[in-house]
Design a protein around this ligand. Structure first.
Ligand SMILES: [Zn+2]
Ligand SMILES: [Zn+2]
Length: 230
């Protein structure tokens, strides 16, 4: 005989969500219209599920979302619209580039290192804009995507000067590398090209480029940091 009485059943104030199948208080299904504080009707799906749907939609094309975001920042500085930057300034052409750089194979064109995270992908002006509405230099044809440390070495230098400087750094790095292999175990070459001697305890201090990344790396769950609440 089974006289078991179900005590854990839904309460009269609860409804079942079509999406997550959980029973939740009816207030979790209220849909308000406009500025009204009174619920107009009940949704068949709970608010938590609706929020998750919105987040998934926004994260579906993360490279597009990032480029639109950068376009909107640039637009605000120039006193124009995001769409002007996407179409007239051709920022939409950056979307497939961003997608490639965010993939497993993405490398910085400047230094050949992998990006630390999506915020490490900087949009850099080859020729610096002369004023906030310098459309000739704000256009995507004057842009390139580099890592934060490459962008840092560029700042407002002339592009040609920066190219020569980078080539000089590459050569001196080769020299340092051969010196390091001659005195094996005495040091290593830092990312900025300096020879760091491990015999000197001061050198244990991290240089700027060796610091911990601000947010989680791409590979291994970077999606977790991409929540949009509205
Ligand atoms: Zn639900
Ligand atoms: Zn780089």
């Amino acid at each position: 005989m089974n006289n078991h009485i179900e005590l854990e059943g839904p309460r009269p104030c609860e409804r079942r969500c079509k999406s997550c199948k959980e029973w939740k208080h009816h207030s979790r299904y209220h849909v308000k219209v406009g500025n009204s504080t009174i619920a107009k009707y009940f949704d068949s799906v709970c608010r938590d599920c609706r929020q998750r749907e919105r987040n998934e939609k926004k994260n579906a094309d993360r490279p597009l979302a990032i480029i639109r975001n950068r376009a909107s920042v640039a637009a605000r500085k120039a006193g124009t619209t995001t769409d002007f930057f996407m179409v007239q300034m051709n920022y939409r052409a950056l979307v497939p580039l961003m997608r490639a750089l965010m993939s497993e194979e993405g490398l910085c064109l400047g230094c050949g290192h992998a990006f630390v995270n999506e915020r490490d992908i900087h949009i850099d002006h080859i020729a610096p804009p002369r004023n906030p509405k310098d459309w000739a230099r704000l256009h995507a044809r004057n842009l390139r995507l580099t890592c934060g440390s490459c962008n840092g070495t560029k700042s407002d230098k002339k592009h040609t000067d920066w190219l020569d400087e980078q080539e000089g750094a590459r050569i001196s790095n080769l020299v340092l590398q051969s010196k390091a292999s001659e005195n094996q175990g005495d040091g290593y070459i830092s990312r900025s090209g300096e020879f760091i001697s491990t015999a000197d305890p001061q050198s244990e201090l991290f240089s700027e480029s060796d610091q911990e990344p601000e947010s989680a790396p791409f590979h291994g769950g970077f999606q977790t940091s991409l929540n949009f609440d509205d």
